[in-house]
Design a protein around this ligand. Structure first.
Ligand code: B1M
Length: 222
């Protein structure tokens, strides 16, 4: 693999956003994902290769380490930020169709719920897994999910809830979506929900963490 992609993979894995960023200490003074992505594009490496050989494997490593409790939310957020810095440079290639994604993932925190840190992490990790993201934000009811699905036919939907008082809203959202578009795959997550609840409300998959969400999405795409 090109040295520059190896360096980019390392920058994203360890959360090095740009050269002036003091984090992580072991990469102080080195280029971050911002500079490395620009250099990679300028040296003629295709955006698809940048995504497939650096960003996706980096986020795969991050997700695995998080699942195994080797790293925690702050480190994961730094990696997500480093990936974001890289994605900003790649965005024009997504828009032009030069990068092919695995599909679209519509994600939102359900109605009544304003917690978005976990939802944002899942969105970032799934994006790092090669999917296009439609992030509807927080306090999202069934109407907005359905509208987004109509604009993105065949998309996978992700629902997040952090409150026992709002997880119940997942049931109505799942039922409304399945009534109109029964083939839609819906995954749910968030601290108060579990596999049993997922089955009870007719959702397709419960992901306890972002890595499990990515693994499920990748199975759907294969
Ligand atoms: Co809130 N809050 N909060 N809060 N808050 C909790 C959730 C709570 C457990 C705190 C407590 O009492 N111990 C409690 C819920 C109790 C319950 O329902 N059983 C609670 C409460 C009660 C409230 C308010 C009602 C407080 C009040 O006003 N009286 C209020 C509700 C507001 C509302 O939503 N309408 C409220 C408000 C807030 C803040 C706005 C202050 C802030 C949110 C800021 C924000 O998100 N931008 C906040 C915070 C920060 C928390 C805690 C401290 C942290 C949540 C968090 O971000 N965790 C939380 C207590 C705690 O968890 N220690 C708490 C880190 C995040 C990475 O984890 O979101 O679980 P998490 O996501 C994980 C997994 O769950 C999973 O992946 C992530 C990474 O592993 N995951 C998915 C999440 N979504 C997924 C989706 C998937 C797949 C996986 O697929 C689609």
């Amino acid at each position: 693999m090109e040295l520059i992609l190896e360096k980019l993979l390392e920058a994203v894995e360890f959360g090095k956003v740009d050269k002036k960023s003091p984090y992580p200490p072991q990469l102080r003074g080195e280029d971050g994902s911002h500079e490395l992505t620009i250099s990679a594009i300028e040296s003629g490496i295709s955006p698809q290769l940048i995504l497939e050989n650096a960003l996706i494997p980096a986020m795969g490593k991050v997700g695995k380490k998080f699942s195994e409790n080797q790293i925690f939310v702050p480190q994961m957020l730094m990696s997500a930020r480093a990936m974001g810095a890289s994605m900003i440079q790649l965005k024009p290639f997504f828009a032009s169709g030069a990068i092919k994604t695995k599909g679209t993932f519509i994600i939102g925190t359900v109605k009544g719920d304003l917690h978005d840190i976990g939802k944002n992490l899942v969105a970032m990790m799934v994006e790092g897994g090669g999917w296009s993201i439609v992030d509807l934000g927080v306090d999202v009811g069934s109407e907005r999910f359905i509208e987004a699905l109509k604009n993105n036919p065949g998309a996978v939907v992700g629902l997040s809830a952090l409150l026992t008082t709002t997880m119940v809203n997942m049931r109505e959202i799942v039922a409304s979506i399945k009534e109109i578009m029964p083939e839609t795959k819906i995954l749910i997550g968030g601290a108060p929900v579990n596999d049993e609840y997922c089955q009870k409300i007719g959702a397709d998959f419960y992901a306890p963490d972002p890595q499990k969400a990515v693994e499920y999405m990748n199975k759907l795409a294969s």
